[in-house]
Design a protein around this ligand. Structure first.
Ligand code: BTN
Length: 335
């Protein structure tokens, strides 16, 4: 649904009013007045919301308050959590899609006004880097793509995914008081297990980035034991790490706000001053023995962090430094 019609829907207005007054009650007549309908009609809209997984406590003479929220993505609730920013956010929220990155690219190609965000509860062709599959079951995790038309020269994009990674780490740290680590160039980790991955894809025309899609897969609420095969050993969700479920819709609203702001700062260029310091705060490789695969070539050394252009720096066993713009890094055993 386009934001404008969702923002004027009775369900959105009820959710916004209840969230704004939490934990107080909001009277049925106040809601009826806001909506310009009868109290019976308010009750009917609340029944509709109950059908989506919301629960309301109603107390005579005090009114209503929200006591349960859906565990799955809910566009009206995400907008209600966005508050005043909701007006400027364009959101496509789907039950399922092949890949949110592919859907975002199709919508950009069809001329949709950017920026916009595509979310899905499930992907049936979720993609990772290097053509890998991104496991994307409907299990409380987040599959999100942010679409932009930056009109920047391609060289400027080298630090984009890294900058986004830093912002997502800061958001997660603030939101659930647990600090993830970043593994160059695109992994979010907890205790060496993967909690999220980023996939940035661009279309370049006449030496300019024309369309840009930033995809994020974040394991938010999937329960331990829900991963197939060897992912059980390698993947972890935020909820599993902090041993408590997260409010997926509140988290998603915070994520949208943060990524859009981070994008603006990236375009302005004012992020550069403290970017390397921030990266080092979350970098899980720095000072560790690592191996980097560049195609079929393997380079071993100690990770030294990144340079201003986002390249990974390695010192080999002869003390020489090397920089890498791309590659697949693994931590050497015992580090
Ligand atoms: C990686 O770690 O290799 C990157 C994973 C990126 C997965 C996300 S999920 C949302 C978006 N849609 C996709 O198909 N991929 C990205």
């Amino acid at each position: 649904m386009p934001a404008a019609s969702l923002l004027s829907s009775p369900e959105f207005i009820i959710l916004r009013e209840l969230l704004e007054r939490e934990p107080e009650f909001v009277s049925g007549s106040a809601l009826a007045e806001k909506l310009g309908v009868s109290r019976v009609a308010v009750w009917q809209h609340m029944e509709k919301l109950r059908g989506q997984g919301f629960g309301f406590e109603g107390v005579r003479s005090r009114g209503y308050r929200m006591v349960r929220r859906p565990a799955v993505l809910n566009a009206a609730l995400i907008f209600a959590h966005l508050g005043p920013r909701a007006r400027s956010v364009r959101l496509v929220c789907l039950d399922e899609v092949d890949s949110t990155n592919d859907e975002a690219a199709r919508l950009l190609a069809a001329g949709r006004t950017a920026p916009f965000v595509v979310l899905a509860r499930r992907q049936f062709h979720g993609r990772g880097r290097l053509g890998r599959v991104w496991h994307s079951a409907d299990n409380g995790n987040l599959y999100a793509s942010f679409a932009f038309r930056p009109r920047l020269e391609p060289g400027r994009m080298q630090t984009f995914t890294l900058w986004m990674g830093v912002n997502i780490c800061e958001l997660v740290a603030n939101f659930c008081r647990a600090t993830p680590g970043l593994k160059w160039p695109n992994d979010l980790l907890f205790d060496g297990r993967k909690a999220g991955g980023m996939l940035t894809e661009a279309r370049i025309d006449a030496d300019q980035i024309r369309d840009l899609v930033f995809g994020l897969g974040l394991n938010v609420n999937s329960p331990a034991g829900s991963w197939p095969g060897e992912l059980a050993r390698r993947a972890i969700s935020l909820a599993e790490h902090i041993q408590a479920p997260l409010d997926l819709n509140r988290f998603t609203a915070a994520l949208i706000g943060r990524v859009l702001l981070a994008y603006d700062r990236f375009i302005d260029g004012d992020y550069r001053d403290n970017f390397a310091d921030l990266w080092h705060r979350y970098d899980v490789l720095r000072g560790k023995p690592v191996a980097l695969l560049e195609g079929t070539r393997r380079h071993a050394g100690t990770a030294l962090g990144i340079d201003d252009e986002g390249a990974l720096l390695l010192r080999d066993d002869r003390g020489r430094s090397h920089r890498f713009r791309a590659g697949e890094v693994t931590l050497e055993k015992g580090s």
